[in-house]
Design a protein around this ligand. Structure first.
Ligand SMILES: NC(=O)c1ccc[n+]([C@@H]2O[C@H](COP(=O)([O-])OP(=O)(O)OC[C@H]3O[C@@H](n4cnc5c(N)ncnc54)[C@H](OP(=O)(O)O)[C@@H]3O)[C@@H](O)[C@H]2O)c1
Length: 295
């Protein structure tokens, strides 16, 4: 049974656009429609009559957050507090998008065939960057609502075409395709691992969660733990690009402001048990390519 009214924050972001593309009755709010740091606007604007708010709005550039900690805290933590308070007042369910980066990446449990990634929902977070600290605070604020779901995901990718006001692609896959198209070399790290997630799969999972009675934390991410280097090779495979342009580097070879976890791949067994289907890297990239070919 579909619930009555779903509101999406961050509606002009990658994930927000995939959600509203999948369900037409979704009310999608961009930053121009609603700045989540403005409490009075939040409480006035949205929540009356909403059954569920899927809260995607965030500052997602990890290095920007590191150099702008106040902005990151205002949007990712206190913006989420505003959304959570408005949800509580309206009796709406809150689905909060969080990140694999809440973990420090130091867990070393060997993977078995049953486990798709290292971290399970009950593992203790230990964030190591400003972005991840503010996202974890957001998780805590989300829990002040009566009905909350925290969805942790990882390296979300999908078609960025059609995004308003964006000259250059922000996400790794789109950036990599653009560079390889132009014959530019790219450097990709081989000693950090995530669970890259196709935005179309994640959007479907979120809408399923909106319609379900589930409450709590769930990991919804790609079903394959993979390094950025191996992921780049798959991008080249699927999109027919020249693999020799991809240079294998170590994490310390790239100058980045914020620290990243070594292995923040997510175990998605719980989501699978709930009937949520997430693609591995090759299948997710294939879905993205098929979408591009239809355009
Ligand atoms: N992308 C990933 O790899 C990844 C991984 C793990 C978790 N997540 C989480 O998943 C969620 C969605 O990510 P995404 O990939 O869709 O990110 P995205 O493309 O960067 O979209 C985030 C959106 O939030 C909006 N926003 C920023 N500040 C705002 C404010 N003060 N008020 C209202 N809106 C604001 C941005 O507006 P503008 O368009 O105006 O900038 C943007 O459209 C985020 O919560 C993120 O933390 C993402």
């Amino acid at each position: 049974m579909q619930i009555k009214r779903v509101i999406v924050t961050g509606g002009n972001g990658l994930l927000g656009r995939y959600i509203s593309a999948q369900r037409k009755d979704v009310v999608s709010l961009s930053r121009a429609d609603l700045d989540i740091t403005d409490m009075s606007a939040v409480s006035k604007a949205i929540f009356k009559g909403a059954a569920c708010v899927i809260h995607c709005a965030a500052l997602t550039d990890v290095d920007y957050c590191e150099s702008h900690p106040e902005d990151a805290e205002n949007v990712n933590a206190f913006g989420t507090k505003n959304i959570a308070e408005a949800c509580r007042a309206a009796g709406a369910k809150l689905i909060y998008l969080s990140t694999d980066f809440v973990f420090d990446g130091a867990k070393t449990t060997p993977l078995t065939s049953k486990h798709t990634g290292v971290y399970k929902e009950e593992d203790e977070p230990n964030p190591i960057s400003i972005y991840s600290k503010t996202k974890l605070k957001g998780e805590e604020f989300a829990k002040i609502t009566d009905k909350w779901v925290v969805v942790r995901t990882s390296v979300v990718y999908g078609n960025e075409q059609g995004k308003r006001h964006q000259a250059k692609p922000k996400k790794f896959v789109n950036w990599a395709i653009g560079e390889l198209n132009n014959g530019h070399k790219i450097r990709a790290i081989h000693d950090e691992f995530n669970s890259p997630t196709f935005a179309g799969d994640l959007a479907a999972a979120l809408l399923k969660l909106a319609d379900s009675d589930f409450g709590g934390i769930v990991h919804c991410a790609g079903s394959e733990r993979i390094s950025r280097y191996d992921f780049a090779l798959k991008i080249a495979d699927v999109f027919g690009k020249d693999k020799s342009l991809i240079e294998k580097v170590k994490s310390e070879d790239l100058k980045r402001l914020a620290r990243r976890p070594k292995d923040s791949s997510l175990d998605i067994s719980k989501a699978k048990e709930m009937g949520i289907q997430m693609s591995d890297a090759s299948h997710g990239l294939e879905k993205m390519r098929e979408e591009l070919m239809k355009k």
